[in-house]
Each structure stands twice: as C-alpha cells, then as structure tokens.
Design a protein around this ligand. Structure first.
Ligand code: AFP
Length: 363
C-alpha cells in the first residue's frame, strides 16, 4: 500500500489550520482527542460480547437497568462511550465544559485541569438500541465556542446556541469500516480508520449530496400520528409513478440516525423524524443539540438541507439541553418540497387518495 495515498486526520487539520495564521492549535488538539475517543469506542463496539459489552447497563445495585435523563435504558456501551468522551477530552485545556445525551447536567472540567474556550456536546453512541443486533451505530459531536467568562463553571445556558453557531460538527460511524465525517464549516470530508495504523485517513474529499432523490427514511409505524404535510408527502412517494411525483421511491429505516445520515451523504435521500402527535410532551424524537444540529450542519455543508418542516433547523433557538425537535434532512429539493407542504393550507394538503377519505379536516 503506497504510504502517501491518503493523508491522515492530523495532516488534514494542520493544513486547514495554516489558513488561519492566528489559530493557536486548540481546535486541532480538541479534534484529535475526539478522534481518539471515537477510536476507543470503535474498538469496544468491535469487541462486543467478546468483552462482555452487549446488553443493558445495570445501576449501582447491579440488579436494575439504568436509565438516562430521557428515561431510555442505557446500554453498557452507552455508558462506556460516554466515559471515553469525558476522559479523553477533560484534561487538555481546550474545553470549558461538555454536555451529553447520557448526562442530565453539563459536565464541569475538574479543577485540577486547565479550561479552554470550546464546548463539546455529544451523543456518545447513537442508535444504541441496535448494538445487540450488530447494526451500525455511531458517535455524534458538536463543537461550540463558550461565550463570556472562561473561568466560571459552565451552565446549561452556555450550550443553548443555535446550530448555525457551531464551530465544527461530525460523527464517527462504527460500521463495516469505521469512518469519521467532519465539517469545520468549509465543506464535508470523510476519513476511514486504518485499523493497522490506527489512523483516520482522508478517503472522502468534498462530500456532496445529490439535490434529488428517490429514497426516503421514516418510521412508518408512527404514520397515524403524523401531521398532514408528512402524510401527504409519504402518500405521494408510495403512489410512485402513478401519483403526483411521477417516479418510484424506495424506503429505508435503520433506527440509527447516524447511519441514515451517512447513507444520505453518500448517495442522497431524505430522512424524517417529524414532529407528530404521539406524545404531546415530546415535540419530536431527536435531540436538538447533540443529534439534529451537528447532523444538520454536516448535511448543509454537503449541499443538502435541514429543516423542522416549518423553519430552518439551524436557526432554532434552543431552550433546554435535552430538547427534542422534529427533523427533516437530506437532498435539497426534497426537503424544500416537504417544507412547501407545511406551508400549504391543511385543506389543500388532503387530495391524496391514501389519506383523503380519512377526512381529518372534513366537516
Ligand atoms: P437510540 O440511540 O436510543 O437507539 O436512539 C436512536 C435514535 O435517536 C435515532 O438514531 C433513530 O433515528 C431513532 O432514535 C429511532 O427511533 P425509533 O425507535 O422510533 O425507530
């Protein structure tokens, strides 16, 4: 194998940094620590049950399953992955604090370590309900700048920044190969982990999402709870060539958003976990700060689009750390069509034969 065929993540970061002569290297240092956490998680995921890592995490009594702040059962690998992110990133002096899906409150950098100017927000293991069935899972991260006094403890409010303010975002995908996808706001690049060298190598330059697609992803078991614009969109996709869209569609659902996002980055498509009426206390399934925003930044940097259906997702002002939101992302033209259906008056949205007779809006 020619050694110079692909450059490493380190070389990529150093070359990017040369564009900013004033940069002090803190960001690169942070990114390399994040990448190290991802490599450690990739190794643990690959070991699986060989290392006794499948199954649920038990609470301190050792008997009951433990749950996170969202009330979801934590897998052993959820807890271990969270720990890797914390341990690999707390010491370096690049961070003011961290927040994670697995922790109710922001994580304070221990007082014996220096603090830095960035905030790291992450979902340490997205799609973890898939672990025991050996389907791809991943880690999602978002890097924000801390505003205000760097010497005080971080508070929830420090993290409540619009997605458009992200300095960088990325994910690692633990699939047949381990990949790291990254944007620092100048397009999207992808690295593949060389398991022999233990290095992420730049294999995908300037990833671009096709504007059009014939593939959609949605959890159709929720269809009775969908709002009219989503019902209309899906009905038209299902009608295929004979319907309003005049073309056939294919459907996918992995239940691992990071894997769906990766498929869309590689070949286009549209992903929806829209706001629905299933549980009025939850305006959507996905979490804004550590799922929707980082994936949204990546999708937009790759030429795609991300929306709540009603507005640009990256312009939503977060109100809480673990806030949920309805999300639609992927190929630009498809997301714009779904947005346009949200703007159409509800009565006009119900011409589809699949939903028209249900008469939600009939007198
Ligand atoms: P977990 O990390 O708890 O498995 O959640 C994954 C996720 O947030 C996202 O990755 C999936 O798209 C979605 O949930 C799957 O939701 P359903 O269970 O409704 O299919």
């Amino acid at each position: 194998m020619p050694i110079r065929k692909h450059i490493t993540l380190t070389q990529y970061l150093i070359e990017e940094r040369r564009r900013y002569p004033g940069a002090d290297g803190e960001f690169n240092s942070l990114m390399l620590d994040v990448a190290l956490a991802c490599k450690a998680i990739a190794n643990a995921v690959a070991q699986g049950e060989l290392a006794g890592l499948h199954g649920d995490h038990l609470d301190a009594s050792g008997e009951a399953q433990s749950t996170n702040i969202q009330g979801e059962t934590q897998k052993k690998l959820d807890v271990l992955s969270n720990d890797y992110f914390i341990r690999m990133n707390e010491w370096s002096g690049t961070l003011a604090g961290m927040a994670s899906e697995e922790m109710e409150y922001p994580y304070q950098i221990p007082s014996h370590y220096p603090r830095g100017k960035y905030l790291l927000v992450f979902d340490p293991l997205d799609g973890s309900s898939n672990i025991d069935v050996n389907v791809s899972v991943g880690s999602i991260f978002s890097i924000l700048r801390r505003n205000g006094d760097l010497n005080t403890d971080v508070e929830e409010a420090d993290f409540l920044q619009k997605g458009a303010k992200q300095v960088a975002a990325g994910y690692a995908l633990y699939g047949p190969t381990t990949m790291l996808i990254l944007t620092v706001g100048r397009g999207v690049v992808g690295f593949t982990l060389d398991p022999v060298l233990g290095e992420f190598m730049l294999t995908h330059k300037n990833i671009q999402i096709p504007e059009d697609t014939q593939e959609f992803a949605i959890n159709a078991s929720n269809s009775r709870f969908w709002e009219p614009p989503i019902k209309r969109y899906i009905a038209e996709c299902l009608e295929g060539k004979t319907g309003a869209r005049g073309k056939e569609f294919n459907m996918r659902w992995i239940a691992s958003m990071v894997a769906e996002a990766h498929r869309i980055l590689m070949r286009g498509g549209v992903f929806m976990y829209p706001r629905d009426t299933k549980d009025p206390s939850k305006p959507g399934r996905l979490r804004l700060l550590y799922e929707a925003n980082p994936i949204g930044m990546i999708i937009e940097q790759a030429g795609g689009k991300v929306s709540t259906g009603r507005e640009a997702l990256l312009d939503v002002q977060p109100t809480s750390l673990h806030q949920r939101i309805g999300v639609v992302f992927g190929s630009r033209n498809e997301v714009e069509l779904i947005e346009s259906y949200h703007k159409t008056p509800a009565t006009e949205a119900f011409h589809s034969p699949l939903f028209g007779e249900r008469g939600l809006f009939r007198k």
